[in-house]
Design a protein around this ligand. Structure first.
Ligand code: HEC
Ligand code: HEC
Length: 292
C-alpha cells in the first residue's frame, strides 16, 4: 500500500475518534434543571427520559476509545507505518516464509546429497517434487507429465534429449530448443506428400529406401533423424520410426512439420529454481518415466 493511503486511513481514524469523544462529552453535560425531563417522544404511552448515559456505559466507551488510540499507535500495520510494535501484515508474512524456508532448507540439504535414483524411490521427496512440478511444469507438460501437442510426454521412455538423470537435469536447468528447419523450398506438393508418407512408413518394415522420397530422406533428413529415422538425442531430433509424435502423426501434421519446420522451446530453469528444486524435479521426472 502506498504511504498516501496509509496516511489517509490514519487521519480518518483519528478524526473519527475525536468526533466520538466530542459527541460523548457534549452529551454528558445535562443541567440540573433538565434532570428527569422527557425527550417529548411518546410511543404508545411510553415516554423517554433525557438523562445522561449510565456511568458504566460511559466508562466502557472511554475504555474502548483509549484502546483504539493505543491500538493505532502500537499496530497501524499499514504500508509504511509499522507502528510502535513494528508489526505489518507484510512483515508477518515475510517472517512466516523465512521460517518455512529454514525448515525446508534442512530437508532440501538432505535431498541434495542423495543421488537421483535413491531420491526417486523416496515417497516424501516425490510428494514435494510433484508439487514443484505442478507449480512450474504442469502448464506445459500436463498435471501428470503426460504432455500434449508440442509438449513432450515425460512419462514414457521416448526421449528427445535423453532420459538419464544427467540429461534430464540438463533439459530442466539449461532449457532446450528444438530446431527443425523448414523444407518448403525443397519440395513441390507431390514431393511433400510422398515424403510425409515415407516418414509415416518409417515405423514399418517394408520401407523403400530407393524411392525418390527415400533418397531425399537420406540426403536431407538422415543427418539429424538418422538413416532409419531413429532420431538423434544429441540434437533433439525425434525418433520418427516409433509412432510417438510430438506434433501428431497424421499426414497433415507431418507435412506441416516438414514444410514449415518446428521450434519447440523448453525454457531454462536454473535462474528460476534453486539447485535443490532442480535436483528434486530431475528425480521426479526420472521416476515418472520408470513407472511403466
Ligand atoms: C513453456 C512451456 C514449458 C515449461 C513451463 C516447461 N517445459 Fe519442459 N519442455 C517444453 C518443450 C516445448 C519441450 C520440448 C523442446 C523441444 O521440442 O525441443 C520440453 C522438454 C522437456 C524435457 C526434455 C524431454 C525429452 O524428451 O528429452 C524435460 C525433461 C522437461 N521439459 C522437463 C520440464 C520440467 C521438469 C519443467 C518444470 C520445471 C518443464 N519442463 C517446464 C516446454 C516446457
Ligand atoms: C538440423 C536437423 C534436422 C534436419 C536436417 C531435419 N530435422 Fe526434422 N526435426 C528436427 C528436430 C530438432 C525436430 C524436433 C523439433 C521440436 O522439438 O520442436 C524435428 C521434428 C521433425 C518432425 C516432427 C516429429 C514429431 O514427433 O512430431 C518431423 C515429421 C520431421 N522432423 C521430419 C523431418 C524430415 C522429413 C526431414 C528431411 C526433409 C527433417 N525432419 C530434417 C531436426 C531436423
Amino acid at each position: 500500500m502506498s504511504s498516501f493511503w496509509s496516511m489517509w486511513i490514519i487521519v480518518l481514524t483519528v478524526i473519527s475518534i475525536a468526533l466520538i469523544v466530542w459527541l460523548l462529552f457534549s452529551n454528558r453535560k445535562i443541567t440540573a434543571s433538565k434532570e428527569n425531563q422527557t425527550t417529548g417522544h411518546i410511543y404508545d404511552g411510553i415516554e423517554e427520559y433525557d438523562n445522561p448515559l449510565p456511568s458504566w456505559w460511559f466508562k466502557m466507551f472511554v475504555i474502548s476509545i483509549v484502546f483504539a488510540i493505543g491500538y493505532l499507535i502500537a499496530f497501524p500495520g499499514l504500508g509504511n507505518f509499522p507502528g510502535l510494535l513494528n508489526w505489518t501484515s507484510v512483515g508477518k508474512w515475510e517472517k512466516e516464509v523465512a521460517r518455512a524456508e529454514q525448515a525446508n532448507d534442512a530437508l532440501y540439504a538432505g535431498f541434495m546429497t542423495t543421488d537421483t535414483q535413491t531420491l526417486a524411490a523416496n515417497k516424501k521427496a516425490m510428494r514435494i517434487g510433484k508439487r514443484i512440478f505442478a507449480n512450474n511444469c504442469a502448464i506445459c507438460h500436463g498435471v501428470n507429465g503426460e504432455g500434449s501437442y508440442g509438449f513432450p510426454n515425460l512419462t514414457d521412455q521416448d526421449w528427445l534429449y535423453g532420459g538419464t538423470p544427467e540429461l534430464i537435469q540438463t533439459s530442466i536447468s539449461q532449457g532446450r530448443n528444438g530446431a527443425m528447419p523448414a523444407w518448403n523450398a525443397m519440395f513441390d506438393n507431390d514431393g511433400l506428400e510422398a515424403m510425409a508418407q515415407y516418414v509415416k512408413n518409417l515405423a514399418s518394415t517394408d520401407l523403400d529406401t530407393d524411392s525418390p522420397a527415400g533418397k531425399k530422406f537420406a540426403m536431407l533428413c538422415a543427418s539429424c533423424h538418422g538413416a532409419e529415422g531413429q532420431g538423434n538425442q544429441a540434437m533433439g531430433a525425434p525418433n520418427l520410426a516409433d509412432n510417438i509424435w510430438l506434433y501428431g502423426g497424421d499426414a497433415g501434421q507431418i507435412k506441416h512439420s516438414i514444410a514449415s519446420g518446428r521450434g519447440g522451446q523448453m525454457p531454462a530453469h536454473h535462474d528460476k529454481l534453486s539447485a535443490e528444486k532442480i535436483h528434486l524435479l530431475t528425480a521426479y521426472v526420472y521416476q515418472l518415466s520408470q513407472q511403466q
